[in-house]
Design a protein around this ligand. Structure first.
Ligand code: PLP
Length: 420
């Protein structure tokens, strides 16, 4: 960072301010995390200079002997981590991983079936503004209106009627366990491919804190930067080696050019970390912390979708306190808590306004917080949301957030250079 401060102080100061923001705020965005300093170092390395189209030992460029080792290590580690037979570590993002799967298994006009975005699905699972919705016929399922959970009778009925070629499970805002075998049974009845997108829960799956889809689904995609705590990126896993070859081709040359070997090095480091017992303990703590937060919010009279959580995230339903997600999000921003407004199932409000706020525990668990701190976070959130007009409570919440952040420093070794 010192070199950057000398050569481009403008960019350096932007990065410094972002570091300070990350240090000073409670990061509760469920899809975010803080990578280790080792992952940061791998990403900021000379590997960014290297072109390496193709796969290890099958490249279109010379000089790949060391990036080959890096990429092969990432592949081997992630196969071990998830118990997969085949892995492609090149997708630049979760969206790219999903697109590569679609490109391998589908033709434009085929039918896909995924969860409605407003019920917790992801844009890439058939939203009309995404290529998945533009190129394919989309059938969507939602959660049960009473339980707010997956309703397999409903999902089966839709699947039998619409007979999608690809059935997608795995979500961005679903706080409960996903029963992959039940999806498998439905996919088998209609002869569909089954894909699990475990972007959110990958770290929990890798450590046995959530059932694994690897032996059940035809293909598993994920991001590497959420609960898995690696660099920003994507990944495709399968137990079927023949399908795996198709996915490889769909990533390159199908939809990407040269792989980001510096990011792949970051992935290798993160997978190595995730194989250690400390990461298993971390993932267990992520869930314990989310449960503490959910319990405290419940106790303070706030309503959560499905009344709680089994994983790292929860959805506050603010309709009971006559508040929109947009206002809730702004109130939390005003006390240095970063979260995001989110639709709740059957939301009457528009996606720009919404009735909910999504909260997650992975990032602050990385900073070392445990159940007691998450109980305090629940109290801070409840104090602020139930007293939106009260400025002295706002100030009190700001002080309590600052105290929590100071007690759990982020990247203490990273120094912000003083300008010359
Ligand atoms: N799939 C799911 C379930 C997600 O939640 C996300 C990101 O939030 C993605 C895919 C897309 O990942 P990316 O933003 O890396 O493209």
């Amino acid at each position: 960072l010192d070199i950057l401060a000398l050569s481009d102080p403008t960019v350096a100061s932007m990065i410094d301010r972002e570091l300070q923001r990350q240090r000073d705020h409670l990061e509760l965005i469920a899809s975010e995390n803080f990578t280790s300093a080792a992952v940061l170092a791998a990403q900021g390395s000379v590997l960014t200079n290297k072109y390496a189209e193709g796969l290890p030992k099958k490249r279109y460029y010379g000089g790949c002997e060391f990036v080959d080792q890096v990429e092969q290590l990432a592949i081997d580690r992630v196969k071990q981590l998830f118990g997969a037979n085949h892995a492609n570590v090149q997708p630049h993002s979760g969206a790219q991983a999903n697109f590569a799967v679609f490109l391998s298994l589908l033709k434009p006009g085929d039918t896909i079936m995924g969860m409605d975005l407003s019920h917790g699905g992801h844009l890439t699972h058939g939203s009309p503004v995404n290529v998945s919705g533009l190129w394919f016929k989309v059938v969507q399922y939602g959660v049960n209106p009473t339980t707010e959970r997956l309703d397999f009778d409903l999902i089966r009925d839709i699947a039998l009627k619409e007979r999608p070629k690809l059935l997608i499970c795995g979500y961005s805002a679903y706080p409960r366990i996903i029963e992959f075998e039940k999806f498998r049974a439905i996919a088998d009845e209609i002869g569909a491919y089954l894909m699990a997108d475990i972007a959110h829960i990958a770290g929990l799956v890798a450590t046995g804190h959530h059932p694994s889809p690897i032996s059940v689904c035809d293909v598993v995609t994920t991001t590497t930067h959420k609960t898995l705590r690696g660099p920003r990126g994507g990944l495709i896993l399968t137990r079927d080696e023949e399908l795996g070859k198709k996915f490889d081709k769909a990533v390159f040359p199908g939809s990407q050019g040269g792989p980001l070997e510096h990011v792949i090095a970051g992935k290798a480091v993160a997978f190595g970390e995730a194989l250690k017992p400390e990461f298993k303990a971390y993932s267990g703590q992520v869930i314990a912390n989310a449960k503490s937060l959910a319990q405290q919010l419940n106790q303070r009279g706030l309503k959560l979708v499905t009344d709680g959580t089994d994983n790292h995230l929860m959805l506050l339903d603010l309709r009971l306190i006559n508040m929109t997600g947009k206002v809730g999000d702004q109130l939390l921003s005003g006390i240095n808590i970063t979260a995001n407004k989110n639709t709740v199932p059957f939301d009457p409000a528009s996606p720009f306004v919404t009735s909910g706020v999504r909260l997650g525990s992975p990032a602050m668990t990385t900073r070392g917080m445990k159940e007691a701190e998450f109980t305090e976070i629940g109290n801070i959130i409840a104090d602020r949301l139930t007293n939106p007009e009260n400025e002295s409570i706002q100030q009190d919440c700001l002080n309590r957030v600052a105290k929590l952040c100071n007690n759990f420093p982020l990247y203490p070794h990273l120094k912000i250079p003083v300008p010359a």
